[in-house]
Design a protein around this ligand. Sequence first.
Ligand SMILES: *Cc1c(COP(=O)(O)O)cnc(C)c1O
Length: 428
Amino acid sequence: MTRTYGFDTLQIHAGARPDPATGARQVPIYQTTAYVFRDADHAAALFNLQEVGYIYSRLTNPTVSALQERIATLEGGVGAVCCASGHAAQIMALFPLMAPGRNVVASTRLYGGTVQQFTNTIRKFGWSAKFVDFDDLAALEAAVDGDTRAIFCESIANPGGYITDLPAVAAVADRAGVPLLVDNTSASPYLCRPIEHGATLVIHSTTKYLTGNGTVTGGAIVDSGRFDWSASGKFPALSAPEPAYHGLKFHETFGPLAYTFHGIAIGLRDLGMTMNPQAAHYTLLGIETLSLRMQRHVENAVKVATWLENDPRVDYVTYAGLPSSPWHHRVATVCPKGAGALFTFAVKGGYQACVRLVDSLELFSHVANLGDTRSLIIHSASTTHRQLTPEQQRAAGAAPEVVRVSIGIEDADDLIADLDQALAKATA
Ligand SMILES: *Cc1c(COP(=O)(O)O)cnc(C)c1O
C-alpha cells in the first residue's frame, strides 16, 4: 500500500518499527553507551562516515534516532538532530553557520532565555545578534549585512499573542541568501509547519508541547534539506573540506542531509549536548497524543481568552486567536489549526495586582514552563524577563502589568472559575 499518512497516524508510527531484535512494539529505551562493531572494517567504515550506524551514544542512539525521525517527519524535513534542551538546540543550530565576527538577525519577539543567550552568551564565541521588529520588513532587510549567517524568529512567539509573517520573512531570507531558522516550540508541528512557509531549519524545545507533560528537557533541530550550502561560500563548515574527516565535504557528500550529518558528526561529537534515551522515550510517548492535546489546548485557550477579554478587571488580552488581535489575520495562513495556548493579559492594578493574582490562583501552577497538560502562569517581568530592560520587556511582550498563561487541557470552566476568584482577590 502506498499512501501518504495523515498527521495523527505519523505522530504514532513515524520512526518506530517493531524492534528488530525482540519485536517489541513500543520503541525500547536503548540504555547503552556503546555498540559492538561487527569487525575492524565495520568500525573503520563507521568512523569514516562511509556507513551509517551506531558507535557511541554521544553521537547516536536508537531511541533518540526514532524520535529524530518522528519529529523530522511531522515537520516535513529530511532529518533532525535531538539535543539535551531547547537552548542546546539553538547553539547547535547556529554552530555550523557562524564564526567569529558573524551575526544572526533575530526578532525582538522571542522567549526571554533566547534574548539572553543571543545578547550575552553567544558573544563569547565572537558571534552577535541584531534584534529587529520582524513586522518592519524594510528594517529586517536592512539589518542583514555581509556577515549575517542566519535569520531567527519564533512562529507563534513566546510569551504569546504574536504570529510571525513567515512567508514574508522567508522571502527576505531568500533574497539575502541566508537560512531562516524558526523556533516552532509554541506552535508545535500540529499547528504550524514552518518549512511549508520557507523555513530552512526548525528548532524545538521538546520540553514543551512535544513531550507535553512537563517531565523532561530536550531540543531538536529539523532540516528542510532545501538550502544550497555551497552557493555562496558563506558556509564553509558545510561546503569546504572538513579536516576532522580527511577533507570530506559535507554538502558534496551528503546532499540534502549535509546539515543533519554535520550536526551529529561534528556538533554532537564535539559539543556533546546530547539527548539521553530516557528523555527521548518520554518525548516519543508525548508526541503520540500531540494532535489531541493541541486541539484541546487551543479550544480551552479561546474560551479562557474570550472570558478574560470580557472581564472588567482585565485591561487587555493578547491572544492571536481573538478577532481583536492585530495578528489574528495571520492565523489562517501561518497556523490554520489555531493560535496556540500561550498568551498574556493585563490586570488592572499593574505589577502589584499581577503578583497578587499569581499568588491567589489554586488550579494554575506558578512555574517557569509552558506547554504542559496543566495550566501554568507566570509574571514574566518579575521572573523570566527580569534581566531585560523595561524596553526589552515591552518589545518581548512581557510588560510589568501582564501575566503569561499557558492554558492546559483541564475543564475550561474550572480554569475560568479559578481565574475569577483570583482576579477578585488581586483587584480588591
Ligand atoms: C522553553 C523554550 C526554549 C528553551 O528551551 P529549553 O528546553 O528550556 O532549553 C526556547 N524557545 C522557546 C520558544 C521556549 O519556549
